[in-house]
Design a protein around this ligand. Sequence first.
Ligand code: NOJ
Ligand code: CA
Length: 578
Amino acid sequence: MKTSRRSFLTLSGAAILLPDQTHAKTPASEPAPWWETAVAYEIYPRSFQDGNGDGIGDFIGMANRVDYLADLGIDAVWVAACFDSPNADNGYDVRDYRKIMPDFGTMDDFDRFLSRATQRGIRVILDMVFNHTSDEHPWFVRSRASRDNPWRDFYHWHDGKNGGPPTNWNAVFGGPAWTLDPATGQYYLHTFAVKQPDVNWENPDLRKELYDILRFWAAKGVSGFRFDAITSIAKPAILSDLPARLANGYHNFADHGERMHFLLRDMNREVFAGTSLYSVGEAYGVDRRQITAMTAASRHELTSAFRFDLVLGNKHKTMPAAARLRAFNASNAFDDTPNVWPLVWLEDHDFPRAVSRYGSRRPEYRQRSAKLLLTMLLSLRGTPYIYQGQEIGMENYPFRSIDDYNDISARNGWHEQVESGKITARAYLADLAQNSRDNARTPMQWDTSPHAGFTTASATPWLAVNPNYKTINAASEKQDKKSVLSYCARMIRIRKTHPRVIHGRYKDVSPESETLYAYERTDRTGTDLIVLNFSDRPAQFFLPRTPASLVISNISDTALPRDTTLHLRPWESLILTL
Ligand code: NOJ
Ligand code: CA
C-alpha cells in the first residue's frame, strides 16, 4: 500500500487503537508468521565467545556456538551492535554501517556465522543504530566541516541562544544534549554521548542512505532488524526548552507524535513492504497507546517493539516484583488487539540480570527463581527474547570500585556526580552495583576453565568474568538435568508443543497476594494455568478444578495435584493443564 503523508495525517486518534479483527496478523487459515512462534536470543558480541584469543568476543566465536543455540531451541538471534565503531558506547556509535567491527572479525567471519546459523534454522536480526552515528562517521566529518555542504543537514545543527545551547535539553549519558562545534560556531544535537550525533531523519537523502544500508544487509540474508532508540528519531519541529523542573538529568525531548509515525511508515514502505523482513523497535519513553500505533499490522510501521515500562516505570519501582510483573503483563498481552504482536523480555545488555532483580536473595533459591522467571518469560503472549546467560541463570557482578566498570554511562556519571561532589562515592557505587549495564555485559560463562571458557587469552578479558562461573556455567549445566539450562531447553520445547501458550487468551487469576501470581492461557482446545510463587515462603493456591496434567514444574519431584489445593514451595513455578 502506498501511503502519502496526507493519508497518514488523516489517520489519527482512537480509531487506530481499536481491536482490529479484520487486520489480524494470523487469520485462522494461515500459518502464524515465524516471529510469533519463535524464541529469540540476544547476543552481545563483545561478551559472547572469543574465537581468536584476544579477550574480546567475535563472529568466529559466535559461529562456534551456533550449535549450542540450536540445541537450546533458539529460532532467531538478535546480534547487538556489531559494525565498525570507535566504541565510545560499545558499538552504538557507528563509523561504517557496511563494515564489521574489526574487534569482532571480518565480513567473511560474519558470512560464515550467518551461513552456519541459517543451516541450523536460526535467523539473524541485526542492530541498526540509526538515531545517531559516531562523530567519526564520514557523514558527520563532512557535515561539521562547513555550514553549507550537502551533508550539513544530515545532522541537527543550530545556533546557540543567549550565549548557551539552543535548548536546555540534557543527554542520556549526562551533560547537555548540545555540543558547540568551534569550526562553524553552531551546536549539534546528541541524545546520547558527545560522540553520538543524532542524524536528521527529516532529510530524504539521509533516509535514502539508511534504507540502502538495510537493503545491503537484507541482500546478505539477514531476516530483520532491531532499531536502536527508534522513538528518538523524530525531533520537535520547534525547539523549545523543557520546563525548569525537568531541566536536571535526562528527559525525553523527542517527538512521539505524527512525525515519528510518518518516518516509520516511510521506512516500512521503502524497505519492508513486499518482503518478509522483520522489524523490532527499541521503544523507550512511549506508552501503550503509542506501542499499539507503532506495531499494529494495519499501520505498516514496525513488526514489534521492546517496551520499557516494566524496567523503567517509576510508579512500579516500589511495588514487589510479582505485582510489577502482573501489571506489566496485563498491559502487554494485547489479546484484545490481535493485530498487535507483543514482545516479552526481562534482560538485555542495558539492564541488570533478571534473577538479581526479581529473584530470591537467598542463594538456595537462586536456581529456582531463575527457572521461575523463565517459566513466565516463555509462557506469555509475544515473542520471548532470552539474553545471553539468562538461560544459565547468570547473576549481577560483585562490583567494588569504579575501575571495575567499562560502561560510558557509569564513567560519565562518576565524573558528573561524584567528582563534582553531588553525591558520595559510596552512594553512587551502591546504586551502580544494582543498576549498572555492565552487570549484563560480563563474559558468557561457558565452562569451568580459566575465564569461564570465554577466551583463551591469559590476560583478563575486556570485562572480568563473574567469579561465580565455577558453579554457573553452560557446560556443567548441560550435564545436569536439574539445571537452569536444562529447564530452559524444556520450557522452550513446551512452548513449541503447546500452541495455546503462544496464542491463547491471557487471564490473570492471581489471588489477593503480593507474591503469588497465576494466569491462564486459553484457546479452543483448553486451558493451561501458570502459577508462580515469588516468595521465600511456601504458599497455597486454590485451583478451579482438579487439573488434568502437570506440564512442567521447576522442582523435579512435584507431582500432579490430586485435588484443588495446590501447595507451592518457595519460588516454585508450575504449568498445569486444567
Ligand atoms: C540503546 C542501546 O541498547 C544502548 O546500549 C545504547 O547505549 C543506546 N541505545 C544508544 O545507542
Ligand atoms: Ca576475539
